[in-house]
Write a protein that binds this ligand. Structure first.
Ligand code: NAD
Length: 368
């Protein structure tokens, strides 16, 4: 029995996760009965029920699962009632992502939705399909020494960027493997003209590239990459980079797509912890409970879960093609509504995609 820990969380989390599950079940078809979806409280919902943002029983369910399917946590209106370290964004998220070193964030803009992008339509006329693979547990955010001391009548602050060969190798391998499932192009991003960590990064990635002769490897400085993502976003397939650069570039890439409500993500480790899948958006308290949330990020997150944790390429494709078809039909939640589009609520969007998955299987034999 495959077991998925389902963690809806706060705000629109439960609304979008319900639709993600609906579509995941449709993609699995009769096999869904052999999958167990175990829901557990997290975030403010868990604080209210059990007194902590990540209760022991939730953690136990997560550890005993094959993958985690997460909505979002955090309610700004309640922030003042807890110190930052106990708030869900810190207490729950960091607890679950600990040790998961690879963050995968695809940004896909279909050519027919070019006008949703913040970029000029002619720049994204051929669409965008880039996957950013960000190292998540090393680099500047965690390196030691770190901190502030008194100096020269003022203060001195230090952060340390540090990477080892092993840390670079394992993230690069994830990126090369991902490129193999896509268009076989990998761009490694660094600042090797200045930073020692980047020089090691480039050497290690280049050496590893020899194991992947079918993947076209290139290198780019991070400043140049920030520019090229705006100038020629369609040129990129997979980008691999360290923690800080990835943090910034993945947010930049998300803007190419037009709405937070369309962007899935995954955090993968070495298998000792289950992988963590979540839409990149937050709890959107301004629209929660009103049927206005776009569930497509959560639905596309379900496709990532199938692809990366279970190698179910066919089911993942069924979901992605279904999303494309539904968007082409003109159905839109408010955040992506264009002139001529048809406004639908969260649940209706989920129903439409689930039905489109069924239709996809009618055209492409489910048993293959
Ligand atoms: P947000 O992503 O929740 O919302 C930003 C804007 O985008 C809002 O206008 C919202 O309505 C809109 N939006 C987001 N997702 C949408 C969707 N699926 N469909 C339609 N519109 C959508 O970011 P925020 O407002 O900065 O944060 C709200 C809360 O969420 C905060 O407490 C924050 O800490 C938390 N948060 C949690 C996570 C997480 O759990 N991983 C991530 C980001 C923010």
């Amino acid at each position: 029995m495959t077991r998925i820990a389902v963690l809806p969380g706060d705000g629109i989390g439960p609304e979008v996760i319900a639709e993600g599950l609906k579509v995941l079940r449709a993609a699995l078809g009769p096999e869904a009965s052999r999958w167990e979806f175990v829901e557990a409280p997290i975030g403010w919902a868990a604080i209210d029920q059990c007194g902590s943002a990540l209760p022991e029983q939730t953690l136990a369910i997560c550890k005993g699962s094959d993958a985690m399917f997460f909505g979002a946590v955090g309610l700004p209106a309640r922030d003042a009632t807890l110190p930052p370290a106990q708030r869900p964004e810190t207490a729950a998220l960091l607890g679950l992502r600990k040790g998961l070193f690879a963050n995968l964030r695809p940004a896909i803009l279909y050519p027919e939705f070019a006008d949703l992008s913040v970029l000029r339509a002619d720049i994204v006329a051929n669409g965008v399909d880039v996957l950013i693979v960000r190292e998540l547990t090393g680099g500047l955010y965690y390196g030691q020494p770190k901190g502030r001391t008194a100096a020269d009548g003022g203060e001195r602050a230090v952060d340390t960027m540090v990477y080892t060969t092993g840390e670079i190798e394992r993230i690069a391998r994830v990126a090369f493997e991902a490129a193999r499932t896509r268009r076989h192009k990998l761009c490694s991003v660094d600042k090797a003209n200045i930073l020692a960590t980047s020089q090691l990064w480039r050497e290690v990635v280049t050496r590893l590239g020899r194991d992947y002769p079918d993947v076209a490897l290139s290198h780019m400085y991070v400043d140049s990459c920030a520019m090229q993502l705006l100038r020629n976003p369609g040129d990129f397939d997979v980008i691999v980079t360290e923690n800080t650069f990835g943090d910034i570039l993945s947010d930049e890439a998300s803007m190419l797509v037009g709405s937070l409500g369309m962007l899935p993500s995954a955090c993968l480790g070495d298998g000792s912890l289950p992988a963590f899948y979540e839409p990149i958006h937050g709890t959107a308290p301004d629209i929660a409970g009103q049927g206005k949330a776009n569930p497509l990020a959560a639905i596309l997150t379900a496709a990532m879960l199938l692809r990366y944790s279970f190698h179910r390429e066919r089911e993942a494709t069924a979901i992605e093609e279904a999303v494309k078809g539904v968007l082409r039909s003109g159905a839109r939640t408010g955040d992506i509504l264009q002139p001529g589009g048809r406004l639908v609520e969260t649940g209706e969007m989920g129903d439409l995609v689930a039905r489109a998955v069924e239709d996809w299987y009618v055209r492409n034999d489910r048993t293959l």
